[in-house]
Design a protein around this ligand. Structure first.
Ligand SMILES: Cc1ncc(COP(=O)(O)O)c(C=O)c1O
Length: 354
């Protein structure tokens, strides 16, 4: 097994380790008991995030899943239905949390590209007939993870939110990678966030913080969310150490996401010239690679790993590569060469050179 410190790890943008400067910010953070409301660094993070998202209040939570589930618990009534596209993270990758904690059922709407269409949403919202099940929340995702980091355009989101709001239904935006969407589209996060009733962003993905997400909304919604977070056991005491990393990520790493997007495009360009693999054009930092029939993704991943490159299986014929702060231009070239060797042959280099 190659040394993990020297591997080109493209499994996810969650694998980054804090830089020396981020570690300094963590070490020097002023902290207090955040549950009692006296951690100035948590306060500063929540103020900064609320400002960047154009929302009244924000709440620091330990994870993206806790942010999503808190939003559902606050807005969706028990025994109702939440509409989401069928590839959504909340539906597929949160261990059934919405059913387990909030007592809601998720209605997945199949879409060709992860982006709900107005007419599909209209059709999925149930009429308030007094029997059957009622729709109580719509969840959107931007960028869309399983659709390959696709950006939900502001205008498209506006049209979807109008459909939901006309039916009296709030909208939650899973914006774990909203920073990537904003950088890719050259727009402000608040342009999307303003449309949603609640929005979450992850600090521990492209922004490079080790832990944490932020949930934002109105003063009233976030006050209830604070109670829910505590009920879930997510109240953290001297959390300013983590909040300091989040502030660093928002202030210093945000604009670097453009490099991740450029590197994903470069890897796609290399992959496009390799027989047996078809890259989906990446809009942000997630590159999906579709393998030709008969090529076993597990075998490709294993050959990549022998060459010190890690990717992730994302379906029976698909592998995923995600760029992030800890992969530089040289890493992308190495990953491209390893992919070529894994698909067209060639002996693995000696592990010592990895
Ligand atoms: C779109 C999306 N939402 C939510 C999450 C959950 O974040 P966390 O792993 O911090 O719980 C992820 C994680 O990959 C994600 O991709």
């Amino acid at each position: 097994m190659p040394d993990p410190q020297r591997v080109v790890d493209l499994r996810s943008d969650t694998v980054t380790r804090p830089s020396a400067e981020m570690r300094r910010a963590i070490a020097e953070a002023e902290v207090g008991d955040a549950v009692l409301g006296d951690d100035p660094t948590v306060e500063a993070l929540e103020t900064l995030a609320a400002e960047m998202l154009g929302k009244e209040r924000a709440l620091f939570v330990p994870s993206g899943i806790m942010a999503n589930q808190t939003a559902i618990l606050v807005q969706a009534r028990r025994g109702t239905e939440v509409v989401i596209d069928a590839g959504g993270h909340i539906l597929n990758y949160e261990e059934g949390a919405a059913a387990a904690w909030a007592g809601v059922q998720l209605r997945g709407v199949t879409t060709p590209d992860g982006l709900l269409r107005e007419e599909d949403l209209q059709a999925a919202i149930r009429p308030r007939t007094g029997h059957g099940v009622q729709t109580s929340l719509v969840c959107l995702e931007n960028t869309h993870n399983s659709a390959g980091g696709r950006v939900l355009p502001v205008e498209r989101m506006r049209a979807l939110v109008e459909v939901a709001h006309e039916a009296g239904i709030p909208v939650h935006l899973d914006g774990a990678r909203l920073p990537n969407a904003a950088v890719a589209a050259g727009r402000e996060m608040r342009e999307w966030a303003a449309l949603a009733d609640t929005v979450m962003i992850a600090l521990s993905k492209g922004l490079g913080a080790p832990i944490g997400s932020v949930l934002a909304g109105t003063e009233e919604t976030i006050a209830v969310a604070r109670q829910v977070r505590r009920r879930l056991g997510g109240g953290m005491r001297q959390a300013g150490f983590l909040a300091a990393a989040g502030i660093f990520g928002l202030e210093r790493n945000f604009s670097l996401l453009a490099d991740d997007h450029r590197r994903a495009r470069r890897l796609a360009e290399i992959a496009a010239a390799i027989p047996g693999v078809t890259p989906l054009t990446p809009e942000t930092n997630i590159l999906m690679l579709d393998l030709a029939p008969g090529i076993d993704p597990a075998a490709v991943l294993s050959r990549l790993s022998e060459r010190g490159v890690w990717m992730y299986q994302f379906g029976p014929r698909r592998i995923r590569a995600v760029t992030h702060l800890d992969v530089d231009d040289a890493g992308i070239e190495r990953a491209g060469s390893a992919l070529r060797e894994a698909l067209v042959g060639g002996a693995p280099p000696p592990v010592a050179g990895v």
